[in-house]
Design a protein around this ligand. Sequence first.
Ligand code: ATP
Length: 392
Amino acid sequence: QLGNTAKKLNMKIYLVGGIVRDIILGRKNLDIDILVEGDAIKLAYEFAKENGFVFHKFEEFMTAQIKTKDNIKLDFATARKEIYEYPGAYPKVEKATLREDLFRRDFTINTLAIDITEENFGILLDYFYGYQDIRNKKIRVLHELSFIEDPIRIFRALRFAGRFGFKLGSHTEKLLKVAIQQNFIKVAPEGRINLELNLTFNEENVIEILFLMDEYKLLNHLIKYFVLNDFRKKVLEKIRDNILYFELIFNKKADKSIIYLLGLLYHLPLEIATEFLEKYYFEKAFKSFEEFYYLKDKINENLKNSEIYEYIKGITLETKIFLISYLPENLSKRILDILNKEKEKFITGKDLISLGLKPSPKFSKIQTEIFKKYLDNEIKDKKQALEYIKQK
Ligand code: ATP
């Protein structure tokens, strides 16, 4: 049907980018990107009008988006050239052919297109050997200056490599190393680096990607005094496991970026960590950093469970998950045990009412007091707890 609308308007349309790559890889991808040789806004508008879909346009970028009735999103872009006025800048755009549009892309694996006009429907167009690179598991740039033109591609190269288990092509690897060594990321806008890091922290293979970023010294260039040793690598791995554990056991979804930022920065003085967070707009992590730096030397073996509980009960979910990943195993286990017990809701308001008490703000004080005794094994079970309250 879309092919029909395009034909009426005498335009050519192609499925492009990540979705084509992922079709070949057999991976799920719900981002449908349609490239138009012609006017993408006009085509999307006509198609939306014919079908009663929701339509939005972005004139400045020559793009449009429509949402179908069953909530499928289609992104339309006018085939265009991009001109970077200086390395790292947001590019200026101009109309172009399909091939020119594909040439401005980051890696060959992202340059494949599938023709979806009526007469050629389903034909794969591969101008830059993208298919071969997908099969050979290779990340390759399209030209020598790619990383310098847009240093964000350094991050993207390692993100795709880590995500798919691909290797950098040997020439691409050399270009990437030079770009990092020459500190080209310095000219990338901090906002774009923030976006890239957020995407990385939310990737399934986040650890593989962070290790690659370390291996290629990208993290060193990004974070002052950064060193990733074996212990810190283990902490990062434990973060991944604990995020999953909290989702499954406590049904709680944490902000992964904050926890991985703690994992990367915790060995640095708070001032240096804060400087990084400010520079790359991660203010959302401030609270957890303050909590962790305050707590890290306070929680130790010699504390009673109730004392540990007192320290952790009000802190953010992200700090909790990080603490559990960072502290020695026996302490982490104790904290997890405390949190599991807290989840059980040992003594409820109903229990107190059943003892003849009138609901009042005092309830939560009593509940905390009893819960602490339970944590310290001074009270063994609910029966004993109710007995204790009655006596008091
Ligand atoms: P993902 O699965 O992460 O969404 P994607 O390939 O769809 O992967 P997007 O970030 O959505 O990635 O970008 C869409 C397309 O735009 C990419 O396939 C790529 O060709 C191109 N692109 C994105 N960022 C850049 C960049 N910095 N330089 C060149 N091309 C880029």
